[in-house]
Structures are given as C-alpha cells and as structure tokens.
Design a protein. Structure first.
Length: 118
C-alpha cells in the first residue's frame, strides 16, 4: 500500500504540473491549453484517482487530501492564490470519488463472499 500511496503522490504532481510546464516552455501553447488543465484534466483526475484507490483498498479518508495537496504547490508556482477555489472543487470531487470507489469495493467483496458461499 505504501508503494501505491507514493505512486498516487507522484502521479498527482505530474498531472497537476504537466500543462503549466508545457505552457512555460512553449508560450504559444497557451492559446490551445487555456484553462484546460484547471477545468477538465485536474477535475477528472481528482475524481478518477480516488475511485481506483478506494476500489482496491476500501474507504480511506486521507486519500482526498493526498490527491489534492500537490495542487497547492502547483497553484503557488504557476498560478496565484485565486486558484484556491479549484483546490476546494478538486477536494469535493475526490470525496465523491472515494464514495464511488468504496461502493465498488463493497460490491466486489459481496460478490466474492457470495461466490465462496455457493
């Protein structure tokens, strides 16, 4: 599980910093990626990553902050503090993802228990 946690943190840093780094290296790409990372990519990642993690390990309340905390560093490096609103949105989406993942985990455990009981 420790390896998976470190993997989630590393992937979070990469996902949250990828498009701002590309925009820094290639300034002309801002026209094509304008706010795509804040509105679409990061939001989808904040929802999907907890789904997979909680589906595997069950409900973990610390996953939403772990998934969303790397965005704070990205926010301070590439954006300004007005992007804190997106951190709150990502946190809410991560909580929803934890709920979905936990439901899938329980469903899988029930099916496994039912199949071993038969």
């Amino acid at each position: 599980m420790k390896r998976d946690i470190l993997l989630v943190i590393l992937i979070s840093f990469v996902v949250y910093s990828a498009i701002p780094l590309v925009n820094l290296i290639f300034p002309s790409s801002i026209l094509y990626t304008f706010l795509m990372d804040l509105w679409i990519l990061n939001a989808v990642f904040s929802l999907v990553c907890p789904i997979f993690f909680c589906r595997k390990y069950g409900l973990r309340f610390w996953i939403p902050p772990v998934v969303c905390a790397p965005f704070l560093l990205t926010m301070l490096l590439f954006y300004n503090t007005s992007a804190f609103f997106f951190f709150v949105i990502y946190l809410i989406l991560a909580l929803i993802g934890c709920g979905i993942g936990t439901a899938l985990h329980r469903l899988r455990r029930r099916k496994k228990a039912k199949s071993t009981a038969d």
